[in-house]
Design a protein around this ligand. Structure first.
Ligand SMILES: NC(=O)c1ccc[n+]([C@@H]2O[C@H](COP(=O)([O-])OP(=O)(O)OC[C@H]3O[C@@H](n4cnc5c(N)ncnc54)[C@H](O)[C@@H]3O)[C@@H](O)[C@H]2O)c1
Length: 348
């Protein structure tokens, strides 16, 4: 049987890389995206890279009828759910918009999936669900304690999906839900072709596109928030993961959902990170070395809510999904730079 995967948010940064990986692994791909934070040029380039077609529907996942029509038309067997808003600062200013889009949108999606009896789901969760913790290396069994509305939408969706999976025991005659909650650390980088990458609207929220835009002269200066953390160089430490490694974890998750481990159903969380922490100054220095460009930066005060250090323990994903990150920080930076140089204005 050909596996057809619905990719919600497939025109976005991570979703477009997932489409490439899915097509190259022999899956049929159906994308649903409302283009709220993306450009369908990314999907043209996905088809260009792979030489394979995909189906695209410009649909908002909150539009139940339109989504149901997609399920009626396409032989969907599983769903990777990327669609969502993701800016922490904006979520503090407009929490209702975030709850409506992310939480309500997911409720509509899973209702439509249940109606169509499609019950394999890979969900884009985030390390933000862990919130502040005295541990620096996160394992999946740490308590959930998101500290901003964006993180809480992810934590709520995880709860909803766990509750949904728990109903399987009550309805033994129905097919069970098979759900992987993938908690991403810090995805960076771009496809090695330089054809698809992260194309933030306006001023980037994340470190790597900011660094790249300063290096190319689009932005004047990077602010490094905090140089007095209890870390070796005083700057914050995070676990950066190449976006291509990250999306490979989704293919492994789909394979696991269709295998022995999930035969009776279940809902399980997995960290997707490298397991290695890297400081902001290390990123800047590696970037300067790899590109020969100067990154103009200044130190600024710490931001409220930022942690000194956190990184993944990715052992569970290795053990149960047979996945681990392969690419180095140099790869992440070289691919970011190639994308930036080839597309100084992003997809426009
Ligand atoms: N990039 C990160 O650092 C990161 C980290 C952890 C988790 N995540 C999660 O991964 C997912 C993908 O992130 P990304 O970086 O690719 O973001 P992105 O904004 O590039 O992609 C999200 C896509 O979803 C679409 N979308 C949003 N709301 C929609 C709706 N209601 N209906 C249909 N489409 C909708 C957007 O247009 C966009 O194309 C998000 O759920 C995000 O929260 C991202």
């Amino acid at each position: 049987m050909v596996n057809t995967v619905l990719v919600t948010g497939g025109a976005g940064y991570i979703g477009s890389h997932a489409c490439v990986e899915l097509l190259q692994s022999g899956y049929q791909v159906v994308v649903v995206d409302n283009l709220a934070n993306s450009n369908c040029e990314s999907l043209k380039r996905v088809q260009d890279i792979t030489g394979k077609p995909l189906a695209f529907y410009q649909v908002d996942i909150r539009d139940r009828n339109a989504l149901a029509e997609v399920f009626a038309k396409e032989p969907i067997t599983s769903v990777i759910h990327f669609a969502g808003l993701k800016a922490v600062g904006e979520s503090c200013e407009q929490p209702l918009m975030y709850y409506h889009n992310n939480v309500y949108g997911t409720l509509v999606l899973i209702q439509v999936m249940a109606d169509a009896d499609v019950k394999q789901l890979v969900f884009s969760s985030s390390a933000t669900v862990y919130g502040a913790s005295e541990h620096v290396q996160y394992t999946e069994d740490l308590p959930i304690g998101a500290i901003n509305p964006y993180g809480r939408t992810k934590a709520m969706i995880e709860d909803i999906l766990r509750d949904l999976s728990a109903t399987d025991g009550l309805k033994p005659t129905e097919s069970p839900w098979k759900i992987a909650l993938l908690r991403y650390f810090n995805p960076i980088g771009a496809h090695e072709s330089g054809k698809i990458g992260e194309d933030p609207n306006g001023i980037p929220n994340n470190l790597m596109p900011y660094v790249a835009q300063v290096a190319i002269g689009k932005l004047a200066q990077l602010s490094v928030f905090g140089n007095d953390y209890p870390t070796p160089d005083g700057t914050g430490i995070r676990d950066y993961i190449h976006v291509v490694d990250l999306v490979k974890g989704h293919i492994k998750a789909i394979q696991a959902l269709q295998g022995e481990k999930f035969a009776a159903g279940g809902c399980k969380a997995y960290n997707l990170g490298t397991g290695r922490g890297c400081s902001v100054l290390e990123i800047i220095e590696t970037f300067e070395r790899a590109t020969g460009r100067k990154v103009n930066y200044k130190f600024a005060p710490r931001r409220t809510g930022d942690l000194a250090e956190c990184f993944a323990n990715p052992e569970l994903a290795l053990k149960e999904l047979n996945w681990k990150a392969e690419k180095s920080l140099d790869d992440m930076i070289a691919d970011t730079w190639l994308w930036q140089v080839k597309n100084p204005q992003g997809y426009n």
